[in-house]
Design a protein around this ligand. Sequence first.
Ligand SMILES: C[S@@+](CC[C@H](N)C(=O)[O-])C[C@H]1O[C@@H](n2cnc3c(N)ncnc32)[C@H](O)[C@@H]1O
Ligand SMILES: Nc1nc2[nH]cc(C(=O)O)c2c(=O)[nH]1
Ligand code: SF4
Ligand SMILES: [Mg+2]
Length: 209
Amino acid sequence: MKIEIQDKVDNGIMLPLMEEFYTIQGEGYHKGTAAYFIRVGGCDVGCHWCDVKESWNPKSHPPTAIESIVDNAVKHSKTIVITGGEPLMWDMNPLTTLLKSKGVDTHIETSGAYELSGTWDWICLSPKKRMLPTQKVYEQAHELKVIIYNKDDFRFAEEQAAKVNKKCKLFLQPEWSKRDTVIPQIVDYVMANPQWVVSLQTHKYLNIP
Ligand SMILES: C[S@@+](CC[C@H](N)C(=O)[O-])C[C@H]1O[C@@H](n2cnc3c(N)ncnc32)[C@H](O)[C@@H]1O
Ligand SMILES: Nc1nc2[nH]cc(C(=O)O)c2c(=O)[nH]1
Ligand code: SF4
Ligand SMILES: [Mg+2]
């Protein structure tokens, strides 16, 4: 990659853009709400069950100017979700400053594994055992969404819930390939521990992106 482009990516002025789509937020607190998704490439957290492994290599996705990403996004929705890949691998300040200047709500889907950057109306933190969140994300998360793949993930969920701020909403979401096994466990767990709420990947049931 040309030095000038690499420099812009390093400063968050350009971002490796994998895809963008207008859909319904399928998961968590805002599920059911129309939102425009911007999927930024690049992630080295390495979840073996990740449902977007094509996002991992940033080199597979074209460096794209944030002005063109934003101009396009705001045509579609007042709620913009930045996801990935792991968006916090990049400096999110320029992108979110531009989005906020257009008056839209900025949401992020993040593992929290990198330092928090950006201005966010909603932070969905989905922590991963392989690379734990940084302190500031725990303090600022609006929503904690723990993926349940096996029984140890309930222990992990409680450990992570002890680290987030008091206002943070708590969700348990089945790992998609294990859903038949873990959904009954999640249902029992939430009835016994009602501070937690079930989150399903409803877009997969609706056959939408
Ligand atoms: C693909 S990730 C991208 C954002 C960020 N890297 C993260 O993990 O939060 C978006 C959301 O999908 C969840 N997710 C990924 N693969 C999943 C799967 N197989 N089943 C359930 N949720 C999954 C993640 O935990 C995260 O909450
Ligand atoms: N509809 C829809 N809702 C989502 N919520 C979080 C997603 C993500 O991949 O970050 C996602 C996604 O990919 N599609
Ligand atoms: S952190 Fe997110 S994008 Fe990265 S591997 Fe895990 S689920 Fe996939
Ligand atoms: Mg997804």
